[in-house]
Each structure stands twice: as C-alpha cells, then as structure tokens.
Design a protein around this ligand. Structure first.
Ligand SMILES: [Zn+2]
Length: 568
C-alpha cells in the first residue's frame, strides 16, 4: 500500500526521567507530544529495563493488567485468547454477517492471527512465546495459559503494543523452547485497537501489519527481552514483510534511511531503526534464508546479557555457518544499497523488491571529477560506526584510489569499489586501494564502510592519483614498496613494504638481466609496514658486482619494484 502507516507516536523523551507506573499513563504523557519518533512497545521495554535493572519482577500489583478491564468476552483458538467487548467505549463493531455468533472483526482478526502464527511457528520454527499459565492466583493472566490479546480503545494514534510483563516461569526461561535455556525471556500480552477508524489503509491491512509486528515482539521477548532495541525493531519490521509481503508498510522508512547512509546501522530511538529492516532483508535474501533471523535470536538467548551490547556479536555468530561475518554482511549490504536493483544477474547484491522501493539509492557524499596529473583528496569526518559513505568518481584516465583511515587502523574501515561496466555488469573489489582503468566502465562508485570498532571515529581520506592503464591493471593493490635508503648504497640498503591486505608475498632481488640473485623473504605478511634489508650479497652469500638491481615484491595481484644502485 502506498500510504504511510505511522507506527504510534512517541516524543523524544528519556524514560529514565519519567516516573510513571502504568502503561496508560505512559501513553497519555507521550501522546500529547507532537514529535513522531517511535512506537509503544520499545517505549514500554525501555521503561521496564529502567525499572528493573536488577531483574526483579516488573509487575505492578496494583495494576492487575489494567488492559483487561471492561472486556467481558473471550474467543479461544490454538494457543490464543482474544478478549473483547461489544459494549461501551472499548466495543468492537458487533456486526456478524456470517451469523456464526462471533463478530466479523473477531473472525477477521483470528484468521490473521492463525496465518501469522503458522508463518512464524510452523514455517520459520520460532518457539512459542512463554505462557502466563504459571502466574500465581493474585496475578491476572487472562484466565488461562493462552496468549492473551486485548482489543481496546487505546489512547491517541497507537496501532497496538506488546507488553513484557514478568520473566517467564519467574526465572526468565521460556518453557516453550525445546533445548534452549533462556535467561531473559519474558511473558507478554498484546493489545490491539478495537477499531482502526481514521487510520490510513484498510482495517484488515492495519490488523495484519500491527499483529505481525507486535506478535513478533512477543516471540522475540520469549528469547531475550533485553536484546538491543535497534535489533528488536528492525527485525520486527522485517517480520511484517515475511508474513504480509504485499502490504509494504516498511517502504515508508526507506527514504530517510537511504538519505543518511553514514548514520549507524544500530542507531536507536529514532525512525531509523525501522528502516534498518533492510539489513535483515539483505542477509535473509542474499546470504542465508529467512531462518537467519531465528538463528540470531537463538544466539541472542544464549549470549544474552542485560548489561553489554551483544547485538552485533549474535548476528556475527549466526552468519558464521554461512561463511560470513557481521562486517562482511555490512559491506555487502552497502554495495547492494548502491546498486539497488532487483535483477537476478546481480546474485548476492540484489533485493527482490528493489525496483519497487520508493528510492533510487543512497545519498552520494561527493561526486568528483578527476583530471590526469592532478592528485585529488576527498575527506570526511561524518562517517559513524557501522555505516557507509558513497563517493562517485568521473575520469577518462586510469586512476589509483587509496583509502586512508585518519584516526585508526586500516582494518577498521573498508573501501568497496563498485565498477558499473558498459555491458551493464558490475565488478566489485573490496580492498583499501585499487587501480582502475575507466575503459569499458560506465561509472566508478566507492562505498566506504566503518566496519569495526577498534577506533572511536572514522574520519577518512580518499586519495586519487594517476593510475596504470590497461584493463588487467584493475586489480586490488595488496601492498606498496617504499623508501629504499640509502640509494645508491655501499653495504646495506633498507626498504619498507606497506601491506594493505595480508597476503603471501615473495620478495627478492634481480639484476638488470632479470636473473634472481637473492631471496629476501617469502611468506605471509600481516597488514602494516615492515622494514626489510638487503646486504648487497647473493644467495650464496657472495659479494656481487656494482650496478643497478631491482627489489621485487610479488603477491597475488600486485607486483612492485624499486631500482637500487650498489656502489663498491
Ligand atoms: Zn516494534
């Protein structure tokens, strides 16, 4: 649907500063604010976290599940119980066209719930959310161990919410997960509106996306209610797409997300975390399959910890069996976001619905023209962690491009060069430096990704200078040789190899006839600068005659040489 569903309204407030004891009060205090910022479930979760830092029960004994009040009817099916009424201000539309003694609103909703539940539990094999059957008699659990859904007239414009109530089984372990021992699983209930009058879209569409999103939260909370908010929200939006692929509520978040590619993937508390569903779309379509998100929450349940941010680690853990890492996935998504195509020919860089997305690509940070003989530098101090910045280069002569991380190790960042060829295909090289001959190339785009967190900031420079001609020259540069000194030399010459990517490198000396006279080193060299020496002797340790020699370093793609002159 093309209209915009805006998931509930919450002002930009810090929950630590608010002392409220009920959800209704929370909603009321926030619904007066005008800033559209977020929706209710994460707000309740933040509230819960702030309230129970020591894992003590969060259940307001005086509250007694206030969301149940005034709802005098129930409808049970599978593991669900819908609570509703046809009287008073929480009444649903009582119309019953099919004469089955159940209002059509409940018939429609239960069909949506069954479909969603089938999708999550049967097709994607998520554990059921923890039951509230263990509650002691003083606590309202809806009258049974069923999963409770309350239909009410919720304040303001909220679509619905999931309420994490108490740790599952009082110990945080979800009894519905087979082999998993959770520590922070929470029993929850769910609240939907008694009608969606005045909301954009049809009532059915609103029920579909709201239930899929909120019920996915209840499933997540059955794994680890203390997982990071960005991961909970972005994957809940992704989950809507899994069940109701044709509604496309998620598209509304893309324009803003792609406008600021240099903002962190894990930015939280803004609408960006909803647009971050694109990351899960990327990994579930191109690296793994939709089960990857369940794997992430399984890892989250195992690794869970309510003090440290493990969100990137659990994603990394889940990607390992696919031979990928969080960093690799981040880089690949960055490339796919630039290409932004649905074409099957792109294999691992496509999004099935990219051609329908309401965007053309990410914001280009700089578009530069390179003129032969003129070195060019593009600098940025805007890139945040786990984010991308894009540069486009126009040139008709060969160029050599090099990434320089100004405030940290080169491994903290990655340069991805995206070459769009005139035949329509793409050639992608991920390496801190690259030589490009623009022959047969339509466009040269760079994505610079802050892929690691050794540093605290990701200020960088892209240096562009004249490169080597020839299509074969379009290879990653693995290292450079530098600074032979003294030169000419009499007894020993020193030189440096600057390795950009750990590689097997053969370093040796040849004479002007191309004959190898001395082996210096052969083996893997780690990233960084290494000092090497040549004492002017041959492999047999004989002194050799005066003249010009070449220091050669040979890797998989790169060969570098510097002439040195030996003087007796
Ligand atoms: Zn949510």
């Amino acid at each position: 649907m093309k209209h915009k569903l805006i998931f509930a309204l919450i002002a930009n407030v810090s929950f630590a500063q608010i002392s409220l004891s009920t959800v209704d009060q929370t909603i009321q205090s926030l619904s007066e604010k005008n800033t559209i910022n977020s929706h209710l479930t994460p707000a309740i979760l933040e509230f819960l976290k702030n309230k129970s830092q020591n894992q003590s029960l969060y259940y307001d004994q005086f509250q007694r599940r206030k969301d149940a009040q005034g709802l005098d009817r129930i409808y049970d099916f599978e593991h669900f119980r819908i609570h509703y009424t046809i009287d008073g201000n929480h009444a649903i539309n009582p119309i019953d066209l099919n004469n089955n003694s159940i209002p059509d609103y409940i018939d429609s909703l239960s069909a949506i719930i069954k479909n969603t539940s089938y999708h999550f539990h049967k097709q994607l094999s998520y554990s059921l959310p923890p039951s509230d059957g263990f509650y002691n008699p003083g606590m309202n659990n809806g009258g049974s161990g069923h999963y409770d859904i309350y239909l009410r007239s919720i304040s303001s414009n909220y679509y619905g919410f999931t309420y994490p109530e108490v740790p599952a089984q009082n110990n945080g372990n979800n009894e519905n997960s087979n082999d998993l021992k959770e520590n922070f699983a929470y029993a929850t209930y769910l609240v939907l509106r008694n009608n969606y009058n005045g909301f954009p879209g049809t009532e059915i569409e609103n029920l579909k996306v709201t239930f899929a999103h909120e019920y996915f939260h209840s499933i997540q909370f059955g794994y680890n209610a203390f997982e990071k908010r960005w991961l909970l929200e972005s994957s809940a939006v992704w989950a809507e797409e899994q069940v109701y692929d044709d509604i496309n509520d998620c598209y509304q978040f893309l324009p803003n997300w792609f406008k600021y590619p240099h903002y962190s993937l894990d930015e939280s508390g803004t609408l960006r975390e909803y647009g971050t569903f694109i990351f899960f779309e990327y990994i579930s379509e191109n690296i793994a399959d939709p089960s990857i998100v369940r794997d992430i929450f399984t890892k989250s349940a195992i690794t869970s910890n309510n003090t440290h941010d493990q969100s990137h680690r659990v994603i990394d853990d889940a990607l390992r069996p696919y031979g990928k890492s969080f960093q690799k996935a981040l880089n690949e998504m960055s490339i796919a976001n630039k290409i932004l195509s649905s074409s099957n020919s792109l294999q691992s860089y496509r999004y099935p619905e990219a051609d329908q997305y309401p965007i053309n690509g990410p914001t280009i940070y700089k578009n530069v023209d390179y003129i032969k003989g003129n070195k060019l530098t593009v600098s940025s101090n805007q890139l945040k962690r786990f984010a991308s910045q894009y540069i486009e280069i126009n040139t008709i002569s060969p160029i050599f491009i090099e990434l320089n991380n100004k405030n940290g190790p080169i491994d903290d960042m990655q340069l991805n060069t995206i070459l769009h060829k005139t035949d329509g295909s793409y050639f992608i090289i991920s390496n801190p430096s690259i030589n490009v001959d623009p022959k047969d190339i339509k466009s040269i785009s760079l994505s610079i990704v802050s892929q690691d967190t050794i540093g605290k900031e990701w200020d960088f420079e892209i240096n562009i200078q004249d490169g080597v001609p020839g299509i074969a020259a379009t290879f990653p540069t693995e290292f450079t040789l530098k600074n032979a000194y003294p030169n000419p030399f009499n007894s020993t010459v020193q030189f440096y190899i600057n390795v950009l990517k750990p590689t097997l490198i053969d370093i040796y000396i040849i004479n002007t006839l191309g004959k190898r006279v001395k082996n210096i080193y052969k083996g893997n060299i780690e990233t960084g600068s290494q000092k090497l020496l040549w004492n002017g002797k041959s492999n047999k340790n004989d002194k050799i005659s005066s003249g010009v020699y070449y220091i050669i370093a040979k890797g998989n793609y790169t060969e570098e040489r510097i002439p040195v002159t030996l003087i007796k």
